[in-house]
Design a protein around this ligand. Structure first.
Ligand code: KMH
Ligand code: ZN
Length: 311
């Protein structure tokens, strides 16, 4: 019997733009409301980015996270994972500031530098149809965006995560990233057991298809040993998000969904965050996979608990 399914809700991210969907939350009260609704729907964890509350532009100012994090803590017992991936235009140093500030239970740790683009999205919209003036340049600008996570950066990140007792959620977009993680482990910078997100479907990384998911899982099994890591999958786009979710449910992995990665619950039907979680819960029921609550996730991953954070 596979262990209980951990569902993470990625609420807003830094890639989806407000013009794509009216349901994208960016004002803190909307992000908090979505987090609570997702936990009620079956999510154990939420993955949090911050944006300008008025325009929805992704920003890295640690102060912007405060009302979101305290609101989520007050409203539900979700495991809160904070991004250190940030968004376009943010330096690795900017992105890391949330770690000493909040010392969360969990934070993303991206495993390599890469192209990371949504520029094809920009082609779908006429210049006059954007809701905010930053969106077109942001989306088009990703064509030349290098998502920087060098070995030097990862060394600094490893030390900072350790210093503040933050559990890394390793984000692996390609097979090479798993080798990078093995290198970090070999040099003693990080220690198993690992919690890894296979991020599939980003333009610049592997695709969200069954073959690539299996390659990631087989490579991780070989490099780390199946007993030394747990995996979850992000399928970017629709229907990839749910195709990958179904595979993870079958294969004993875990699932992340949310408007950060996909905006549709059915073809052509825009979703709220909780709709995406509900759909995964329905799929899991069909496969008789039980859902883990936040405290069950804490026990499974050995997380330190909200009481040990600065939230
Ligand atoms: N936007 C996702 C594809 C992070 O926040 O560190 C990857 C992500 C990275 O969630
Ligand atoms: Zn993210």
């Amino acid at each position: 019997m596979a262990e209980k399914l951990i569902i993470t809700a990625a609420l807003s991210g830094a890639i989806t733009i407000p013009t794509q969907t009216p349901h994208l939350p960016y004002a803190p009260e909307d992000v908090v409301a979505d987090a609570i609704a997702c936990v009620q729907a079956g999510a154990a964890a939420v993955h949090v980015h911050a944006r300008d509350p008025q325009s929805g532009r992704p920003l890295s100012d640690p102060d912007l996270f405060a009302p979101i994090l305290t609101g989520i803590k007050a409203g539900c017992n979700a495991v809160i994972g904070i991004t250190t991936g940030g968004g376009m235009g943010m330096t690795p140093q900017d992105r890391l500031r949330v770690i000493p500030r909040y010392a969360p239970e969990l934070a993303s740790f991206n495993l390599g530098s890469m192209n990371f683009s949504i520029h094809p999205v920009a082609r779908r919209y006429k210049p006059e149809s954007y809701h905010y003036d930053w969106e077109q340049a942001y989306a088009e600008g990703t064509k030349d965006f290098i998502f920087r996570n060098t070995f030097g950066d990862m060394e600094v990140y490893s030390a900072e995560f350790k210093a503040h007792n933050v559990r890394p959620e390793f984000e692996a977009y390609d097979v090479g990233h798993l080798y990078n993680l093995r290198f970090l482990a070999k040099t003693g910078l990080v220690t198993p057991p690992f919690w890894i997100q296979f991020v599939l479907g980003v333009l610049g990384g592997l695709a969200a298809n069954p073959e690539d998911l299996i390659i990631m899982k087989q490579t991780a099994d070989r490099l780390f040993g199946a007993e030394n890591y747990r995996w979850s999958v992000i399928g970017v786009g629709y229907p990839q998000e749910f195709n990958m979710a179904a595979m993870a449910i079958m294969l004993g992995g875990h699932v992340r969904v949310g408007l950060e990665d996909n905006i549709f619950v059915r073809r052509g039907q825009l979703a709220k965050n909780a709709d995406l979680v509900e759909k995964v819960v329905r799929l899991a029921r069909e496969f008789e996979r039980e859902i883990a609550g936040p405290d069950e996730m804490r026990a499974m991953l050995g997380l330190k608990g909200m009481g040990c954070t600065r939230i």
